[in-house]
Design a protein around this ligand. Structure first.
Ligand code: PMP
Length: 285
């Protein structure tokens, strides 16, 4: 992704895509001092743009690396990138990190917080799973406790086991992995939240050890608008036997049906289809 035409916003200005580099002694590269956002632009407008900017700043605070740009400045940076690259439907990636500084060690007090925004055209996150239902592996790693790491931050360090679990899943012909959390409850996928349907009601993990995704919150609102009961609770994996439908939610994943998790099977049912189509409509309103 580094060798292409286009503009990237970096530390306050638009620069050539190929020049958007960082030094090898950047703190983030060694110690994971990095937070980011994944957003989608639909018909020229970023869905929930301000909420993503707010979460980016919040993630920075949680990692003790306040981002030196206001919400309005972050909004303007994203718009500048969209405009400079002539995009109307795209994925937008904002990232903030501790750069190289006067010191090199665990403490990052003397390493400046830097920020960049890139955007590019990107299709469906799970390919044709939108229609057939994605196939998921069960990750061998567990989502950590909020006493171990700030689980509500969208921070690079939380993705190390996501990449490892996704590689293991891909090696088995799956498109993603579902994590259990540190207590053994159903948690989330490597870049998306998870929902189940049983007897006309929806069940989804409590966001107490997972990212409370903006898409998750949007979908819960859509279900409530349709008078469908949403149970946010701890879900034991043994319960997956009796779940009828399943889908994933995420800014990149949107609403993707799941057909299989390990040995559990789900149908791409009516509610899954309705929420998936309803979300596609909502984001373009
Ligand atoms: N969980 C994880 C681990 C994620 O990476 C994401 C994607 N940001 C989500 C959930 C969904 O969050 P959102 O709906 O805000 O994109």
């Amino acid at each position: 992704y580094d060798d292409r035409d286009g503009k990237i916003w970096m530390d306050g200005k638009l620069i050539d895509w190929r020049s958007a580099n960082v030094h090898i002694l950047s703190h983030a590269l060694h110690y994971a001092s990095s937070v980011f956002e994944g957003e989608r632009l639909y018909n020229g407008k970023i869905f929930l743009s301000r909420k993503h900017s707010e979460r980016l700043r919040k993630s920075g605070e949680l990692l003790d690396m306040p981002i030196p740009y206001s919400i309005d400045e972050i909004e303007a940076a994203k718009q500048a990138v969209v405009d400079a690259n002539g995009l109307t439907n795209a994925y937008v990636r904002a990232v903030a990190w501790r750069g190289a500084g006067e010191d090199m060690g665990v403490s990052s007090a003397r390493n400046p917080v830097r920020m960049a925004v890139a955007a590019w055209e990107w299709g469906d996150y799970y390919g044709d799973a939108k229609f057939k239902g994605a196939k998921l592996d069960v990750a061998k790693w567990k989502r950590p406790s909020p006493e171990t790491i700030p689980t509500s931050a969208k921070a690079a360090g939380l993705y190390m086991i996501c990449t490892m679990s996704k590689h293991a899943a891909e090696a088995k012909g799956c498109s993603d992995a579902m994590f259990l959390d540190y207590r053994g409850y159903v948690a989330e996928a490597t870049g998306a939240n998870i929902f189940f349907v049983k007897n006309g009601e929806v069940h989804t993990p409590l966001p107490d050890a997972i990212l409370n995704g903006l898409t998750r919150q949007t979908v819960i609102g859509m279900l409530k608008d349709r008078q469908i009961k949403v149970n946010e609770r701890h879900i034991d994996p043994g319960e997956l036997d009796s779940m009828e439908q399943c889908w994933l939610t995420g800014s990149a994943a949107e609403v993707t049906p799941v057909g299989q998790i390990g040995d559990w099977n789900f149908e791409v049912g009516d509610l899954t289809k309705e929420i998936s189509t309803g979300y596609e409509k909502l984001v373009r309103e």
